[in-house]
Design a protein around this ligand. Structure first.
Ligand code: SF4
Ligand code: SF4
Length: 109
């Protein structure tokens, strides 16, 4: 049987886009306010010998979890890193490997 329920909707009774109640709003840029570290099932491990502090990982990390000190890559923020692995994929030096488990985010593990 063909479902034509969509066609039966009375478009005149539907709210316009600006009449629909607001469901959710982000009031700050980025995700600093969300502690996404609890989502982690994998964790990044930095090899400081390979790292050139190009900061590509800082650019690509969606959760502001790359720490920078004096313009150099300084590890990961435990409370923000959700273990997505993007930093590992994007690092041009292969300096970040992903390991199983939430892990403690320390250098050279
Ligand atoms: S992308 Fe790789 S080489 Fe560049 S700062 Fe991050 S870990 Fe270091
Ligand atoms: S795995 Fe890498 S890119 Fe993903 S949240 Fe953690 S530090 Fe950021």
């Amino acid at each position: 049987m063909k479902d034509d329920s969509i066609r039966k909707l009375d478009k005149a009774k539907l709210p316009a886009w600006d009449e629909i109640p607001l469901g959710w709003a982000l009031l700050s840029e980025g995700s600093d306010d969300f502690k996404t570290g609890g989502w982690r099932s994998q964790h990044p491990v930095l090899d400081p010998e390979k790292c050139t502090s190009c900061l590509f990982c800082w650019i690509y990390c969606p959760d502001s979890a790359i720490r920078v000190k004096d313009g150099k890559m300084a590890g990961f923020d435990e409370s923000l890193c959700k273990g997505c692995g993007i930093c590992s994929t994007e690092c041009p030096q292969g300096a970040i490997k992903m390991a199983e488990g939430a892990g403690a985010l320390k250098e050279g593990e």
